[in-house]
Design a protein around this ligand. Structure first.
Ligand code: HEC
Length: 159
């Protein structure tokens, strides 16, 4: 066999090895992003309100149930709000749409939109990728109740 004949197959092998390395690097990068998202969701308190029973159980809630929304109402002059199901919410959004939503978010209390908006774009992306990795689960949280209507219990009453 002459040398020139084996050259194309050697090139193909080299190309395959390179693309494998690139894929490995990419999955390592996305794992780092997902881990960062898990960390942020924990320390930024998203679970405190968006995961049922999280505060009562001092955070000992299976990750499978994280961010599935809560039926505990938060009642004040803004009416009664419920921490939404973020697993369902994120599954309907692209990363770009999520970043847009965060920027223009005007959620009612006690949702701390300002904390989410104060995060770096990379941290906002990390939260998105973590929640997308968990996948959609659970039921939608109850709908907002206007201020002149009394919600069913349980709810937290603000002055
Ligand atoms: C103190 C409780 C609380 C904490 C902490 C909290 N949320 Fe919320 N969140 C809520 C409530 C209540 C709503 C519903 C607000 C409404 O109905 O206007 C909400 C709504 C949202 C929405 C929908 C907003 C919209 O208008 O589209 C997103 C997205 C969200 N939260 C993400 C997060 C993330 C991410 C974190 C962690 C950084 C977080 N929340 C922390 C209570 C909370």
């Amino acid at each position: 066999m002459n040398r020139l004949n084996i050259l194309p197959s050697m090139l193909a092998l080299a190309a395959a090895a390179l693309s494998h390395t690139a894929a490995l690097a990419e999955s390592a990068a996305s794992k780092a992003l997902v881990d960062r998202g898990r960390y942020l969701v924990k320390i930024a308190g998203c679970n405190d309100c968006h995961t049922p029973g999280y505060m009562e159980k001092a955070g000992k809630v299976d990750e499978k149930l994280w961010l599935t929304g809560d039926a505990l109402g938060w009642r004040g002059p803004w009416g009664t709000t419920y921490a939404i199901n973020l697993r369902q919410y994120m599954s309907g959004l692209s990363e770009a749409q999520w970043l847009q939503r965060v920027q223009h978010m005007q959620a009612r209390p006690p949702m701390p939109s300002f904390n989410l908006q104060a995060m770096s774009k990379q941290d906002q992306q990390a939260i998105y990728h973590f929640v997308r990795t968990l996948g959609p689960a659970g039921q939608p949280a109850p709908a907002w109740v206007p201020p002149d209507k009394t919600p069913p219990p349980p709810y937290v009453q603000f002055p």
